[in-house]
Write a new protein. Sequence first.
Length: 405
Amino acid sequence: MLEKVKIGVFVMGGIAAYKVPELVRQLIKKGAQVQVAMTQSAQEFVTPLTLQVLTKRPVLTHTFDEREPSQVQHVAMADWCDLALVVPATANGLAKMAHGLADDVVTTTLLAVTAPILVVPAMNVHMYENPATQRNLAQLRADGLTIMEPDTGFLAEGYEGKGRLPELHRIVAQVERLYARTHLPQSLAGKQVIVSAGGTRERIDPVRYISNDSSGKMGYAMAQAADWLGATVTLVSTTHSLLPPEGVQVQEVASAQELAQAMTSHYDQMDYVVMAAAVSDYRVKYPHDQKIKKVAGQTDWQLDLVANPDILAQLGQTKRQQVLIGFAAETQNLLEHARAKLSKKGADWLIANDVSNPAIGFNSDKNQVYVLGAQGQEVLLPQQSKTSLALAAWQVILAEGEETL
Ligand code: C5P
């Protein structure tokens, strides 16, 4: 999402500034171009040279340090930005921004920025909770800036409180989200989307379960892409090992029955329903309350299973306004099996992938899929990251929807 995106990073003088070089590296690794401006106080914590070396660009440190006669540097930087990131935003810096003051190179440049601005405050808890700071944040929100909530945790002062800089990967994810939401067509704006993801876990006893190889990555990518396209998204997830997409409401479940309950309870309000979860076809008939003990000498052991509800098929039967999207993971005769599943389950769309190829599918970060529509549509989306594949799948689904309106 950030490939070739021009990001202006505005650093203010808080202790969290020591994390900015690493943040800048993470943005650059995502393909972004970064230009930094720093206040005098920020330079007490991290040197402009560090950031110049990382970004391969001169760092703006003084408003009147004009080295290029053909331009005014702060206006040139403001115009260059596709997105501006203020990190860390100090109480003093927020106050200046809220009042439109421009008395250093950071606030002066920010005043000239017309691109979307993400503000990441980090400061002492009492400074953060001070009514003046809260008033300034409310003003900036009202002015259309996006503010990230600080984390609660161990502060530089040696005690716990709200004011920590959020984890860097979360800041990067917020940058991606803001860029997506301001640059992609918001074709899912105002829509409610629910996505299920991951392999269900069917309990045998308190320490054992039956599950499958689904990583949940494709479902997470579908949820994130829907959010990027403007939807309000609920993600019903069985996995703890993936980072929840920023802005998406996550509901944790384990078994197929819990998943069915979650999906049906939200179903009426939904516009799009994506069943990307790998649901166990069977569950244990008599799960044990206590850990099952090994019996000496016993070589065989039977486990009774009973069929789970087919959630997608049930949703298909009660479908009204919802567009229903299923997934099919197949190891042979992909298209034939997928098309049969599409009609059997009463889905509108089926996203089919061949899991016999280890380069794509389960656990891989890449995938290649067919998007099949109930009206006979068949689109091959070639191998690419699950993130871009999810966006492409939504585009196929939404474009077809427009044509049939
Ligand atoms: O039948 P199969 O499991 O291959 O179908 C895959 C699709 O059906 C997926 O969208 C999956 O989430 C859904 N499914 C379901 N309930 C089941 C089994 C699969 O909703 N019991």
